[in-house]
Design a binder for this molecule. Structure first.
Ligand code: FNR
Length: 368
C-alpha cells in the first residue's frame, strides 16, 4: 500500500509482516517463552488514564526536549534493534538518514547489520548517536569499541544489563537455518549453534559474569554518560544511582528476555518513589528512560508525566524501515509529531515541563 495510507505505527507492522522474509519477521516480532511480557508492554499503557486540563491557551505547543544534554526534536529516541538488514537491504542506515533529517537521536546496536563506522559516516546535520553495548568476555575488545565510539562523537553509552543470556524466542528458534547474510560485522560469537535461532547464534560473546563491580571500569575507560539499559526494579535503580551512572532504561528488552517481567511503565512508578524517598531524585544528572510497547505519542506522554525523561522506540521504527525504507521512518516520525501536537493540546500541556504526575491516573497500573 502507498505510504500515504499509513496512519499509525500499527499499520507499519502489518505492512512489514507482509513484505519481509519469514525469518526476519520471526526474529523481529518474537518475544520470549509465552510472550506474556510483550503483550503486557502494550496493555500497561492502557491502564493509565489521562487527567486533561482545559483553558490553558494551547495555540502553540512544544514537545522538543534534551536527552542526556543533547537536543532532541521529540521526547523519544530510536532504540537499538539488531540485524536491520534481515528486513531491508539498507538496514540501519534507513534510520540514520531519517533521524538526521528530523533531529531524532539514534542508538546504534552492537549487533547492527551495518558497521558502526558506516552508520557514523552517514552522519548529517550534526545528528546525535548513542551506542548500545553488549559487553564482550574479552574486555579489550569492549574497551576498544567504546573508546572508538567516543572518539567518533557518540554521546551516550547504553550498557545492556538484562541479557546475560538471550531469552528463548521460540518463533525465531523454529526458523533453524542461520546464515550470515545480514551478519553483524562485529564480535561474532565463537561456538555458534545454528539451531538456536538468529538471536542466540550471534550473541555467544556476551559476558554473563558482568556485575556491579564492573561499573567503575567502564567509568575509567570513557567520559561518555553511562546508562544501564534493562533495569526492572526499584532496588536496582537505587543501586544504579549509587553506582554513579547517568541514567537507566526501565525495560524488558521488548519482551525478549525474562518472560512475565513487568512493563517498564509499571516499574517507573516504583522507581521514582524509591529514588525520591532517598532524596536521590529529581536530579538533573540522572535521567530515567522507559521502553517497550510505545506505539503512540500518548504512550510517551504517560511515561513523561510519570517521570521519564524520554522513551525508547524499537519495533515501531524497525517495522517502518522494513516496510518503506528511510521514507517509512520519516513518515513514522511525522506521525509521532502530529500525535504530540494534538495530544498535548487536548491534554493542556504546552511544553514537556507541563507533564506532571497529576496529568495521569495510574492507580490501576499494577492491577494486572
Ligand atoms: C531489540 N532490543 C535490543 N536491545 C539491546 O539492548 N540490544 C539489542 O541488540 C537489541 N536487539 C533487538 C532486536 C529486535 C528485533 C528487537 C525488537 C528489540 C530491544 C530494544 O532496544 C528495546 O528495548 C525494545 O525493542 C523496546 O520495545 P519495542 O519498542 O520494540 O516494543
Amino acid at each position: 500500500p502507498p505510504l500515504d495510507n499509513v496512519l499509525n505505527m500499527h499499520d507499519f507492522e502489518v505492512v512489514a509482516k507482509a513484505v519481509i522474509p519469514e525469518k526476519a519477521w520471526a526474529y523481529y516480532s518474537s518475544a520470549s517463552d509465552d510472550e506474556i511480557t510483550i503483550r503486557e508492554n502494550r496493555t500497561a499503557f492502557q491502564r493509565v488514564w489521562f487527567r486533561p486540563r482545559i483553558l490553558r491557551d494551547v495555540s502553540t505547543v512544544d514537545w522538543s526536549t534534551t536527552i542526556l544534554g543533547q537536543k532532541s526534536s521529540l521526547p523519544l529516541y530510536i532504540s537499538a534493534t539488531a540485524l536491520g538488514k534481515l528486513g531491508h537491504p539498507e538496514g540501519e542506515l534507513c534510520l540514520t538518514r531519517a533521524a538526521a533529517n528530523h533531529g531524532v537521536i539514534q542508538m546504534i546496536a552492537t549487533l547492527a547489520s551495518c558497521s558502526f563506522d558506516d552508520i557514523v559516516d552517514a552522519q548529517a546535520n550534526d545528528q546525535t548517536f548513542f551506542l548500545q553495548l553488549y559487553v564482550n568476555r574479552d574486555r579489550e575488545i569492549t574497551k576498544k569499541y567504546v573508546q572508538h565510539a567516543e572518539a567518533r562523537g557518540v554521546k551516550g553509552l547504553f550498557i545492556t544489563v538484562d541479557a546475560p543470556q538471550l531469552g528463548r524466542r521460540e518463533k525465531d528458534m523454529r526458523m533453524k537455518q542461520v546464515d550470515d547474510s545480514a551478519g553483524a560485522e562485529v564480535q561474532k560469537g565463537q561456538d555458534v549453534k545454528k539451531d538456536q535461532g538468529v538471536a542466540r547464534a550471534i550473541s555467544s560473546f556476551i559476558d554473563p559474569s558482568l556485575s556491579w563491580k564492573d561499573i567503575p571500569w567502564f567509568r575509567s575507560i570513557t567520559k561518555m554518560p553511562i546508562i544501564l539499559k534493562g533495569i526492572a526494579t526499584a532496588e536496582d535503580a537505587v543501586l544504579a544511582y549509587e553506582a554513579g551512572v547517568q541514567g537507566i532504561v526501565l525495560s524488558n528488552h521488548g519482551g525478549r528476555q525474562l518472560d512475565t517481567a513487568r512493563s517498564g511503565l509499571e516499574v517507573l512508578v516504583e522507581v521514582t518513589a524509591a529514588l525520591k524517598a532517598r532524596g536521590y531524585w529529581p536530579d538533573p544528572k540522572f535521567e530515567i528512560f522507559v521502553d517497550g510497547g510505545v506505539r503512540r505519542a500518548s504512550d510517551v506522554l504517560k511515561a513523561l508525566a510519570l517521570g521519564a525523561k524520554a522513551v525508547g522506540v524499537g519495533r515501531a521504527f524497525l517495522y517502518a524501515f522494513c516496510a518503506y525504507g528511510q521514507e517509512g521512518v520519516e513518515r513514522a516520525i511525522q506521525i509521532f509529531r502530529d500525535e504530540f501536537e494534538m495530544n498535548m493540546r487536548l491534554l493542556g500541556a504546552r511544553t514537556i515541563d507541563d507533564l506532571v504526575p497529576e496529568m495521569v491516573d495510574a492507580s490501576a497500573l499494577n492491577q494486572h
